[in-house]
Design a protein around this ligand. Structure first.
Ligand SMILES: CC(C)(COP(=O)(O)OP(=O)(O)OC[C@H]1O[C@@H](n2cnc3c(N)ncnc32)[C@H](O)[C@@H]1OP(=O)(O)O)[C@@H](O)C(=O)NCCC(=O)NCCS
Length: 156
């Protein structure tokens, strides 16, 4: 595992939609994340190829909070603990920065992400509707898209 670098951008962005099962995700991950948040973001490589990545940052407004914007693991490498390793690295970094809350969001259709975050100890923040038994925040994206908000309190 190593820190994300701006030079990782082409390789990761070209795989993004494929790793998300064909969903169009590229627009949500502009290059600026690779430029400005590399010190709180990591990749895992296998034989020189990125097989997992996490992009997160320290909230500027909420001084107790870190935010995970994206996590992805190569489909052939899933269920091997890589996502967990990336999250644990981020949790450690947040503790080192004195942050004890971690937040992330996902789409309610992404059941894998809901299962993963639940397993990683996140709780779902109550929303304004329940969709297929999950609390969601309706129209979170301003274009009709609902989102699930996760929050985890880190044990010091
Ligand atoms: C979500 C994702 C990152 C998980 O990565 P992963 O490397 O397969 O996860 P891990 O193997 O580290 O799993 C960690 C824990 O979560 C659980 N988990 C992971 N995916 C799960 C799933 N689909 N269903 C149920 N549990 C799951 C694992 O069982 C494991 O639990 P354990 O510690 O008790 O063994 C991966 O599936 C992925 O890249 N998905 C597509 C991108 C995406 O949706 N990202 C999240 C939204 S930004």
């Amino acid at each position: 595992m190593r820190h994300l670098q701006e030079t990782d951008y082409p390789a990761i962005i070209s795989k993004l939609d494929e790793w998300w099962g064909g969903r169009p995700m590229r627009g949500l991950l502009p290059r600026l994340f690779f430029q400005h948040f590399s010190d709180t973001s990591w990749v895992i490589e296998d034989h020189g190829e990125v097989v997992g990545f996490l992009i997160g940052f320290l909230s500027q407004v909420f001084q107790d909070t870190g935010y995970i914007h994206f996590v992805g693991v190569h489909p052939l490498y899933r269920a091997n603990g890589l996502g967990k390793q990336l999250y644990e690295q981020f949790f450690k970094a947040m503790r080192d920065h004195g942050r004890h809350i971690v937040e992330a969001i996902t789409s309610p259709v992404n059941r894998e992400s809901v299962a993963f975050h639940t397993r990683m100890g996140f709780v779902v923040v109550p929303g304004d509707a329940i969709v297929e038994s999950i609390p969601v925040h309706r129209n979170y994206d301003g274009c009709g898209g609902d989102r699930v908000i996760f929050r985890k309190t880190l044990v010091r």
